[in-house]
Design a protein around this ligand. Structure first.
Ligand SMILES: Cc1cc2nc3c(=O)[nH]c(=O)nc-3n(C[C@H](O)[C@H](O)[C@H](O)COP(=O)(O)O)c2cc1C
Length: 178
């Protein structure tokens, strides 16, 4: 897509994917988007774990009882974590990188969905972050923010209706109570 605004309007969370694999060049571009993301003081505190193995995707999808189903259906998932000792706003740093990956995926015509991990719990009460860390052999002191699922789209979603944007959330000059 050659127009960023059009890409932003068209991007929707995609939770169903075909079985077609994502080509390695696209995966590289998506990871490059993450590594290009701005970070506080250029600290680059993030780490990314790319998961393609179907069994592993299934087990990752069990990191929380609701909302993680797309992981099992994805061609590939990217776990986004960050080191809080390297950056005070590590959540923001990781989030921007995750969003950049979603935008790059959309630009490649691929579907993606953000799966929240931080602050969530598996059905046995294990924090979702620990669940993911243990499965992937990640360090305990590297909190997981989210998992970005990726795949070729197997559902069509309408672009956002820009006439319904919440302009009342925007306050010009000073706060205006609505
Ligand atoms: C911080 C954050 C957490 C989210 N967590 C989940 C999630 O755990 N599971 C899921 O299916 N979608 C999740 N989403 C996707 C949202 O549900 C989705 O972005 C929202 O409904 C708007 O739809 P759209 O992305 O199609 O515009 C999350 C999105 C964000 C930004």
């Amino acid at each position: 897509m050659d127009n960023l605004h059009q890409l932003l309007v068209n991007r929707r969370s995609i939770r169903r994917y075909t079985n077609e694999a994502i080509d390695p060049e696209s995966v590289k571009l998506i990871l490059e988007a993450a590594l290009l993301a701005p970070t506080s003081k250029s600290s680059r505190p993030w780490q990314f774990v790319v998961v393609e193995d179907k069994d592993m995707l299934q087990r990752l999808s069990e990191c929380k009882p609701a909302g993680a189903g797309p992981i099992a259906k994805a061609s590939l998932a990217i776990v986004v974590a960050a080191d809080p000792t390297l950056s005070d706003p590590w959540v923001e740093d990781a989030s921007i990188a995750a969003a950049f990956m979603q935008l790059q995926a959309e630009d490649l015509g691929l579907g993606s969905c953000w799966i929240q991990v931080r602050g969530r719990f598996a059905s046995d009460g294990t924090p979702s972050e620990e669940w993911v860390q243990q499965l992937l052999g990640m360090p305990e002191d590297l909190p997981v923010v989210c998992i970005i699922t990726l795949g070729h789209k197997d559902e069509e979603r309408k672009p956002v209706d820009t006439s319904k944007l919440l302009w009342e959330k925007v306050h010009i000059g000073t706060w205006k109570e609505v």
